[in-house]
Design a protein around this ligand. Structure first.
Ligand SMILES: C[S@@+](CC[C@H](N)C(=O)[O-])C[C@H]1O[C@@H](n2cnc3c(N)ncnc32)[C@H](O)[C@@H]1O
Length: 513
């Protein structure tokens, strides 16, 4: 489908590079929590664990490198068939002097027949973000074979994909984009731009299938703000095919994988997802696949984040609670910035202040085990470790950690610096990235802007938010630069303390690399 690259892509875009990003759902510590919340045994992850982590379709490898820098004892491998991606990942890896990550160029459709196959270890965790529903049957078949042979018994797999039925109202829109784009010719970023131009013109002319449905409206609305490389990789793949959960479960059953949970932790709490009537219908079914299908009929979210285990071991409620009580959590925001309310599919969720107030106050002092948090004398009740983990991590306000933060090690400092200097641009400051950190095992998720600020705060000169805002928005009017300057000042007071607390930045002064 692409006009100027070779034909090795199997229907996936290969002529422009994908963008770097960090997705917290791929972190093994996070996936372990999802397993426990789903009532299945996860895997033991401690400070000395020699975890073997494999990412399929790793793009430029930013997520894999984050995990490697934060966990020097792990063996991290990223696979992608695009040599431009592998070259970029290897260069960043070398710049950061990370020695426990490796990037392999291989086509997943045929990897079992290549020498790369022998290099792949039995992995504890395999993740793939943005791969499954964007590739064709041959690649999916290769992925299933890889999971069958290379994910160890009891190992965890993470698969994200565009989900049906949520996507059904926009199938016509994607096909129109693809067909119009291909006919326009040229590189796939130009193709997708031409496709969007037609979609917008037809939406303005009230084409029926571009008019109805919130999804089409929100996609057409947001597309103007999204980077063109993202749009090309999202829409210009001939093999693009959203999936029902039931079909992904069936396909992965061939590798003996069992679906256990959603990596979007709040999705494992049905009362936050569905109203009472919907819950009564879903509760008719014991079969988790039927329950998920029924749930998906009510939900508008279009990307599923599924967690599978190769041979799930189901836990009793008491075993699950005991395992969750052993989890250590670190608070992300400062106590004053903690969000007590957030939006969920059923409306407005409020975090119960009476119960969580003392918990958040204790976490503001230091990371704590869930068992210690539940033992706090001020709590009105002392039960439900799943609720503590689910609400705090699910609302993105806490991270699971494996140890106390330390001063950032050299690869952590170098990766944060190299990423800031390589990736930050005036037009991508909102992109979801992360800062690597030492001691905790967990990268600290943050927007791209924070990479820039963290890097500048570690330079020798005193902070100069006004100059930084001019540098980041050279073409912006002074009012916009003032707004950005104010925002940078807030990040320095509100977020930078967490970077120090969590091992992403030295506690005192600047650090040399
Ligand atoms: C949408 S991107 C996602 C990249 C990365 N996981 C992320 O989320 O940032 C999909 C990635 O899969 C890779 N890919 C697609 N088909 C592949 C195949 N058959 N074998 C290996 N990699 C493939 C692409 O090159 C691309 O980097």
């Amino acid at each position: 489908m692409t006009a100027v690259s070779g034909d090795w892509g199997g229907g996936y875009v290969t002529d422009i590079a994908y963008l770097p990003g960090y997705y917290r759902h791929q972190s093994p510590l996070h996936l372990n929590l999802a397993c426990l919340l789903g009532g299945s045994a996860g895997i033991e992850i401690g400070p000395a664990s020699k975890l073997s982590y494999l990412e399929l379709g790793c793009g430029q490898g930013f997520g894999a490198l984050m995990l490697a820098a934060c966990n020097p004892a792990w063996q991290v491998i990223g696979i992608d068939y695009n040599p431009a991606h592998i070259a970029a990942a290897r260069m960043l890896c070398a710049d950061a002097e990370i020695t426990n990550a490796q990037f392999l160029e291989a086509d997943l459709a045929v990897v079992a027949e290549t020498p790369v196959w022998r290099e792949l270890p039995q992995a504890d965790i395999v993740t793939m973000h943005g791969l499954w529903s964007w590739v064709g049957d041959a690649t999916r078949g290769g992925i299933v074979r890889l999971l069958a042979d290379k994910l160890r018994p009891g190992g965890i797999a993470h698969v994200s994909y565009n989900a049906l039925p949520a996507w059904q109202g926009a199938l016509g829109m994607q096909r129109l984009l693809l067909e119009a784009g291909v006919r326009a010719g040229g590189r796939s970023d130009r193709q997708v731009a031409a496709g969007w131009e037609l979609v917008r013109a037809m939406a303005d002319a009230e084409a029926h299938h571009l008019r109805d449905g919130d999804l089409v409206r929100s996609l057409t609305g947001s597309s103007q703000q999204l980077p063109i490389a993202y749009l090309a990789h999202e829409y210009m793949n001939a093999a693009w095919r959203p999936c029902f959960h039931a079909d992904v479960v069936r396909a992965l059953a061939d590798a003996k994988l069992d679906w256990v949970a959603s990596a979007q932790l709040l999705e494992n709490f049905t009362p936050l997802m569905l109203g009472e009537e919907a819950r009564t219908i879903v509760a008719r079914f014991d079969d988790p696949v039927m329950r998920e299908l029924a749930k998906d009929m009510f939900l508008t979210r279009c990307l599923r984040q599924d967690v599978f285990v190769r041979g799930a071991r189901r836990l009793s409620n008491a075993e699950r609670d005991a395992a969750l009580a052993e989890v250590t959590l670190a608070l992300l925001p400062q106590e004053a910035q903690f969000a007590w309310e957030f939006e969920v599919p059923v409306g407005h969720a409020k975090i119960e202040r009476k119960f969580f107030g003392p918990i958040v106050a204790a976490l503001a002092e230091a990371p704590q085990r869930v068992s210690a948090l539940l033992a706090l004398p001020e709590l009105p009740r002392h039960d439900n470790p799943g609720e503590v983990v689910g609400m705090l991590v699910g609302s993105h306000q806490a991270l699971p950690v494996i140890g106390p933060a330390t001063e950032p090690e050299k690869p952590v400092r170098r990766l944060n610096q190299a990423a800031a200097r390589r990736f930050v641009r005036p037009d991508n400051l909102d992109t979801g990235m992360a800062l690597a950190a030492s001691g905790t095992g967990s990268p600290v998720p943050c927007p791209m802007l924070d990479l820039f600020i963290a890097d500048r705060l570690q330079s020798d000169s005193p902070p100069d938010p006004a100059a930084w805002a001019r540098e980041l928005g050279p073409a912006q009017p002074p009012s916009e630069q003032d707004r950005l300057c104010g925002f940078i000042e807030r990040v320095i007071t509100e977020r930078a303390p967490a970077w120090r607390r969590l091992g992403a930045m030295p506690c005192h002064g600047a650090a040399s690399t």
